[in-house]
Design a protein around this ligand. Sequence first.
Ligand SMILES: Nc1ncnc2c1ncn2[C@@H]1O[C@H](COP(=O)(O)OP(=O)(O)OP(=O)(O)O)[C@@H](O)[C@H]1O
Ligand SMILES: [Mg+2]
Length: 224
Amino acid sequence: MITKVINVHKTYGSRESRVTALNGVSLDINDGDYISIIGPSGSGKTTLLSLIGCLIHPSKGDVYYNKNRVSDISEEELCILRGQEIGFVFQFTDLLSNLNVLENVLVPVIFNDGQISLKKQYAKELLERLGLGYCMYAKTNFLSGGERQRVAIARAMINRPRLILADEPTGDLDAKTSELIIKLFNEFNSEGVTIILITHNRNFADNAKNIYQMGEGRIQKILK
Ligand SMILES: Nc1ncnc2c1ncn2[C@@H]1O[C@H](COP(=O)(O)OP(=O)(O)OP(=O)(O)O)[C@@H](O)[C@H]1O
Ligand SMILES: [Mg+2]
């Protein structure tokens, strides 16, 4: 078991600006799972992923990570846990423009064991695997959207996380690049990495072992 989400609710804002993003969601995530989450804009997908990634806390309900209640874990310990065990691929990539591609991939190492020189070879391997061998030393502001997204995936993998949380990693990408990314997720999962993938593309969602459909802050249907 990695994560147990128990009847979580999440509201943002207060009084008249209050928004209910999650309205009673429960799910279990086990080692080796591959779950995709689909559902309309505003249905709470990113909020749920942020809770699973221990980036935010629920307003009500609990999230357990490896049997520990996330709200009982100190912020320092959560930082370490996120750095070592979870790889995040966000909806909008957030690369550092003053660093080159390889350096961007190595950034999470600074927050983990700091062994940059040891991880360099693995970073290069990941970039080759993602078809980015040719631009390892390029500054990231010159990259295309698809290239940036692939750099973000290499960066998410660098600490060999047990869990990958990917929020629409194929958002604006062409079919070929999207398929490359999905194929990589399939490979990572067959190597034992647990994956949660938010996507608007039903074909991509079908790669997962389970598909949850969200609507109005709940899991409305388990499609698979
Ligand atoms: N930090 C925030 N502050 C206030 N409201 C928020 C915040 N984050 C999300 N919301 C609101 O919560 C609801 C759920 O948002 P969420 O981002 O989880 O949806 P989503 O399913 O990921 O949508 P999309 O497909 O557009 O990415 C939305 O109504 C959104 O406006
Ligand atoms: Mg979202």
